[in-house]
Design a protein around this ligand. Structure first.
Ligand code: SF4
Length: 435
């Protein structure tokens, strides 16, 4: 029989002495955001843990037909609670939610169910959302927190974008990571002193710092990473995909979170058009979109003006690329944004694309793997590989498929530069890859 799971509220009193655990996801962005929340009086910690243990924990606590990101997020939280490092009577869990129609909207109930099954039903689960999904009196965003977190998102997007361009070409291993850490420290100190604003100046100093890193000018295959948001960004989810591509001599291209926010805002107009929502909601949405456009343009302008690195594509252009390929009514999961990201990569000359596919995610199979044929028909040079991530997928199998994609990329580059490439006989490694 169906049994209702009680919600435990995170109260104002709990704020004083509770540790709030958050799952890992966007490494650079979270390094900036977590100290902002700590300075506002919340004892935030990012849950860590061994990948295999997290997967095992997820399998034990979540039904095995639930999508892989959900399994990992819940597995990571439960493994942290069971590690003995945190007092379950003084710990809360927090996750972000967009309120879309996919399984992500069930994370909270599944998390509470898992807590009950491991014997910690008293642990509050906080939903971090801007769609009025759930409220907790003990956790509230103040205006300074919001402003700082917004800025941290912008810096995170820029740092991630530039780091990938540098780390793949650095002459001395580790230089880019050092500069990244220095930038994060500097920005964190500014936030601690309540110094915000000054985006332009900070963009400039970030770009200057990275530009000083000695780099080669070797032609390396650029590889775009797209996929379900958790799989795209989380090293736990995608088995450290960016790091792997850099090790293999490729340059990862990963677009920022700003595109996802703009996608969420833009979808409100799609809803109105398709389902006749009230026009009243238009004004704040339009305003929000204009503000985000302005912020994104600020980054793009700074990178272009600096002149050393390649600039990201504006969302205004990205949105036009899906016309004739996918309806903007496809908006479960990452929806049409995922298809748009693949088209945008090709449009900007990045033909090699890794599509990170989580097990159990129907929406993203449709807008990613499901669109591959259509994209390849339009752009025959597109070299798209869909990599499945699930509890039983082996890293070696994923890496072999990535290596095969990189081999194709290199062969195409040689062909394009006029170097003759003899026909290759199928080799044993090829057979292994296809297993
Ligand atoms: S988009 Fe897919 S993987 Fe992500 S929460 Fe929804 S169903 Fe799960």
């Amino acid at each position: 029989m169906f049994e209702e799971i009680q919600k435990v509220e995170f109260t104002k009193e709990m704020k004083k002495d509770y540790t709030i655990l958050v799952p890992s996801m966007l490494p650079i962005h979270f390094q900036l955001i977590v100290p902002i929340l700590r300075d506002s009086g919340y004892h935030i910690e990012i849950a860590g843990g061994d990948t295999r243990q997290i997967v095992e924990e997820g399998l034990a606590d979540v039904h095995n037909d639930i999508c892989y990101p959900c399994l990992l997020v819940i597995g990571q939280m439960m493994a942290a609670l069971k590690s003995g490092k945190y007092d379950p009577d003084k710990t809360a869990l927090m996750i972000t939610q967009t309120g879309g129609g996919c399984r992500a909207s069930n994370y909270l109930s599944l998390m509470r169910k898992a807590l009950r099954s491991i014997g910690y039903p008293q642990v509050p689960v906080i939903s971090l959302n801007f769609s009025n999904l759930e409220k907790n009196s003990g956790f509230q965003f103040t205006v300074p927190m919001l402003v700082k977190a917004g800025e941290a998102l912008l810096y995170g997007d820029l740092l991630m974008w530039i780091y990938n361009q540098c780390a793949s070409h650095e002459l001395h291993k580790g230089d880019s990571k050092k500069v990244l850490d220095q930038c994060v420290d500097k920005l964190t100190r500014q936030f601690q002193k309540n110094r915000y604003g000054g985006l332009k100046k900070n963009y400039r100093s970030i770009l200057d710092a990275f530009a000083q890193i000695p780099r080669d000018d070797a032609e390396k295959p650029k590889v775009g990473i797209v996929g379900e948001i958790y799989m795209k960004y989380s090293p736990l989810g995608n088995n450290h995909l960016e790091e792997f591509l850099i090790q293999e001599g490729a340059e990862p291209v990963v677009s920022g979170v700003m595109d996802f926010l703009l996608y969420c805002f833009t979808n409100r107009f799609v809803d109105r058009k398709l389902y006749g929502f009230k026009r009243l909601t238009d004004l704040p949405t339009k305003l929000g979109i204009q503000i985000l456009y302005g912020f994104q343009n600020g980054i793009i302008h700074a990178v272009k003006e600096h002149g050393v690195f390649q600039a990201p594509t504006p969302f205004k252009h990205l949105i036009t690329l899906v016309e004739g390929t996918i309806s903007r009514g496809a908006k479960m999961g990452e929806g049409w944004l995922l298809t748009a990201e693949m088209l945008e990569l090709i449009d900007s000359g990045v033909n090699n694309i890794v599509c990170t596919q989580p097990f159990g995610c129907l929406p993203n199979h449709i807008v990613a793997k499901g669109m591959t044929r259509k994209i390849k028909d339009r752009f025959p040079k597109a070299n798209i590989v869909a990599i499945d991530y699930d509890p039983s997928a082996t890293k070696i199998n994923q890496e072999n498929r990535l290596k095969l994609m990189l081999a194709n990329a290199r062969m195409e580059e040689k062909k394009a530069s006029g170097v003759h490439q003899p026909e290759k006989q199928p080799s044993k490694i090829g057979e292994e890859i296809l297993v």
